[in-house]
Structures are given as C-alpha cells and as structure tokens.
Unconditional design. Structure first.
Length: 159
C-alpha cells in the first residue's frame, strides 16, 4: 500500500491602514492509493553495504524489496516466496550463488525464477555463459554496477 500525504500551509498577512486581514489558507491533499502491482525484488549478497544501498534505492523507486545477507538465507527466501526479480551475488562465502542455482535446479525450482546474477570480473565468461543456459537465470551484471543498468533490466521481468 502506498500512501502519499502532501500538506501545504500558506499564511498571508495583509496590513492596510486600520484593516488587518489574516488570511489562512490550508491545502490538504491526501491521496491514498493501493498498489498491488509493486514489483517484488530479492537482493542476495553477503555485503551489507551493497544490500543496504540497493534496498534503500529500490524502496525509494517504489519496489517491494527483500534482502538476504547470505546464501542459505537467500535460498530459503527464494524457495518460500515469489519474486519478480532476484539479484544474486555469485561470490558469497559458505554458500555461493552457484550453490543456490544448483540447489534450485536439483529441486526442480529454477525454471520459474527470474535471476539476475551479480558478479565480480574474476568469474570467467564461460562460467557465466553456462549459467545463462539454465532456465531461470536471465542475465548478469558485472560489479561494480551502475544503478541505471539495474533499472534498465528490471522492466523485462515485471509481472
């Protein structure tokens, strides 16, 4: 649910000889709109700075955002909730993005996902190309990524 409140108070004081007029004009514009069409995004990355910044950015842009700061937590969210897009870091300690993809594929849960890989330049292109062949893995973005690049790929995965 999105609630937009806009309050504007304008106070004008006129003083003309003996006539004093206090003019108080209050404009209250309250618009309430229920938006069930919010795009649901999951960000899975072990770096708190990245997930925190993306969470704030996407929330301001009007997306519904969930965050997982580790692979196992991310896998649990992916398996138990539906997301319109999943940003998945490939290089996480203990349980990586590749581990998540392999687990989803093994459990026949990968094909209906919309995963966008976040990767550092150290991952070879051949590995990325192989992952892109899997149903459910849509594309990849190399870190550091510009926010404009992220917004460009999102409309392709809207409900």
């Amino acid at each position: 649910m999105i609630i937009n409140y806009q309050f504007c108070f304008i106070i004008t004081y006129f003083n003309q000889s003996d006539l004093s007029v206090l003019f108080l004009r209050t404009i209250i514009d309250i618009s309430l709109s229920v938006n069930s069409e919010l795009m649901k995004i999951l960000i899975v990355d072990d770096n708190d700075s990245i997930t925190g910044a993306l969470d704030k950015y996407f929330t301001v842009k009007g997306f519904e955002v969930s965050v997982a700061n580790g692979g196992r937590n991310g896998l649990s969210l992916i398996q138990n909730h539906k997301f319109d897009a999943i940003f998945l870091d490939m290089s996480m300690p203990e349980f990586s993005g590749i581990d998540i993809i392999e687990t989803l594929e093994k459990n026949c849960q990968l094909k209906d996902k919309k995963i966008i890989l976040f990767t550092a330049s150290s991952i070879p292109r051949e590995v990325l190309d192989e992952l892109l062949q899997k149903e459910g893995v849509q594309t990849y973005l190399r870190k550091p990524v510009k926010l404009a690049e992220i917004l460009q790929v999102l409309p392709h995965y809207k409900k």
